[in-house]
Design a protein around this ligand. Structure first.
Ligand code: HEM
Length: 514
């Protein structure tokens, strides 16, 4: 008989119980929920992080790794189930399943956790990564009040045309300093500030110079941040313990520092607005409209100053990165594909001649309009949608999706799918033309569907159309002599961006434009 009063024996019993508990927990930890979508095996604690990492290293990009895994498990036409660290993720691959997911009320939450909340002081704030009452009330307020400053209306195109004119003027000034009147410019981040201005004029009543030093620092920080994280998170969010034990090497400190700089920048602007706020004056921008609510009613319901900062940050990120990166993909292809560029210019010259392009020209310029859809396809075709979260246990494409699973639309499997877009990696605006008119197929919805559908699609398309047509009206973009053509590879990250490239920009002679 064991003598339990013996200290030594007690210690051994405790150790054995602990070991059994650890083994059972590890066993449970590697078990998949019943009827969960197929995918690679899960190891305790790590899930299939290693398999995903290895495939990503071999193939360069996360979306390629996911597509390969889906193929290996025979689920390219439905859903792939993976787990990276603590995160259970369902990658939704087929057109039908993506539509079902985006329109499902059970899957219209946004993920919770360190990655999604550290950016807003550990709380759920903003409109991009929130759900429930807060998201509903604040999204409605944002859209309603942005409209008062032009969003989705005539004012929006006036702002975009104004920015396009500034852009042309800046390039002309640089070209005029060269004896040849030709200038070589880096293009992969060329559009950032002009695009930001189109939104910031409505949000904060401000436009920045393209070379504004503060703006350049912020844009570089943002670019680097987006290149080091993925849509589904990053090392420290999959393994949150790393943010405590290795805050530097896990990227946690950089993540916080970058966000702190963006908060400081936004706080400064909000404080300037608060100082000059006069209740008897009309609101000049969205910040004024929000501050009016805070001054008159205080921090009620979902309204707070932190929420204002978070919304501005969401717009700063979602509203500028996406459009300017679509434009950088566009110009990387226009430099490569001189025929596409010539066709676009020929249409511009024929339809509008010398006057600046406007949105009313779009129906008469199907080729230039098709360029807009084609460049957004190239951008979204290399990434995933903004992650959703199952807010209750549910089913998707016949599989069981437990509550709080992250559910992600794999846009690359539709937008870069041979069946829908033959030669998908070619830049071919004609795929959006039928009988000389723009025709959008049902399988093209790069801005999402359903309640969380992008709220900036109209602004994005307006900007891309006006920026490309204005630039092509005034300039020709060619490969830089002696340099390689812009690469077809891109920089991976939360949003993909064209690999760094430059273009030789030549003002078009007036005669050529008539
Ligand atoms: C080429 C440009 C853009 C693309 C491809 C794009 C794409 C998307 C996609 C796929 C979503 C996720 C939809 C979902 O989860 O179901 C989204 C959400 C969002 N986008 Fe965009 N977007 C673009 C430009 C913009 C702009 C210019 C703005 C700002 C005015 C913006 C603001 C937002 C916001 C706030 C959300 C979150 C919506 C919500 O959850 O309610 N986006 N976008």
């Amino acid at each position: 008989m064991i003598d339990y009063t013996d200290n030594n024996t007690q210690m051994w019993v405790a150790v054995i119980i602990l070991l059994i508990w650890v083994c059972v927990s590890l066993c449970f930890d590697s078990r998949k929920p019943k009827y969960f979508p197929p995918g690679p095996d899960w190891l305790p604690f790590f899930g299939c992080a290693y398999t995903v990492k290895k495939l990503r290293e071999q193939n360069g990009y996360l979306y390629k790794a996911v597509n390969l895994l889906a193929e290996m498990h025979g689920v390219s036409n439905s859903c792939l189930g993976i787990r990276i660290g603590k995160d259970r993720i369902v990658m939704v691959n087929s057109l039908e399943a993506i539509k079902e997911m985006l329109l499902s009320e059970d899957i219209d939450g946004r993920p919770k956790g360190i990655f999604y909340q550290t950016r807003t002081w550990g709380e759920r704030r903003g409109v991009l990564l929130t759900d429930g009452e807060l998201w509903k009330e604040q999204r409605r307020f944002l859209i309603l009040h942005l409209k008062a400053f032009g969003f989705g209306r005539q004012g929006m195109q006036e702002i975009a045309r104004w920015e396009a004119a500034h852009m042309v003027n800046d390039v002309m000034t640089m070209a005029s300093r060269e004896s040849t009147l030709k200038v070589v410019l880096p293009m992969h981040n060329f559009f950032n500030t002009y695009i930001l201005n189109t939104l910031w004029t409505m949000m904060a009543g401000i436009r920045y110079r393209a070379r504004d030093p503060q703006m350049q620092v912020l844009q570089t920080l943002l670019f680097d941040l987006f290149a080091t994280v993925d849509m589904v998170g990053t090392v420290f969010s999959h393994f949150p313990i790393l943010s405590i034990i290795f805050p530097e090497s896990s990227g946690y400190n950089t993540f916080v520092k970058t966000h702190k700089k963006i908060w400081d920048f936004l706080h400064e602007e909000i404080n300037r607005h608060k100082d000059r706020f006069d209740p008897d004056n009309e609101d000049r921008d969205f910040m004024d409209a929000y501050i009016r609510v805070l001054k008159q009613k205080g921090e009620i319901n979902t309204y707070s100053e932190k929420q204002l900062v978070a919304m501005c940050m969401d717009m700063f990120m979602a509203g500028t990165e996406t459009t300017s990166k679509s434009l950088s993909f566009c110009f990387s292809y226009l430099v490569r594909e001189q025929d596409v560029q010539k066709r676009a210019q020929e249409e511009i010259d024929r339809v509008i001649g010398e006057r600046p392009p406007c949105l009313e020209d779009r129906p008469n310029m199907p080729y230039n309009d098709a360029i807009v859809h084609e460049c957004v396809r190239h951008f979204m075709g290399r990434t995933f949608g903004v992650p959703h979260r199952a807010i209750r246990d549910t089913f998707l494409a016949g599989y069981r999706i437990p509550k709080d699973t992250m559910v992600v639309s794999n846009f690359s499997n539709i937008l870069m799918n041979e069946d829908y877009y033959p030669d998908p990696y070619e830049f071919n605006p004609e795929r959006f033309l039928r009988n000389g008119k723009v025709s959008i197929p049902d399988h093209y919805f790069p801005f999402g569907l359903g309640k969380h559908r992008c709220m900036g699609d109209v602004l994005a398309k307006c900007n891309i159309f006006l920026f490309t047509s204005t630039m092509l009206q005034k300039f020709t973009f060619e490969p830089v002599p002696g340099e390689e053509l812009p690469s077809l590879d891109h920089i991976d990250g939360a949003t993909p961006s064209a690999a760094p490239f430059s273009a030789l920009i030549t003002p078009r002679p007036r005669a050529a434009r008539n």
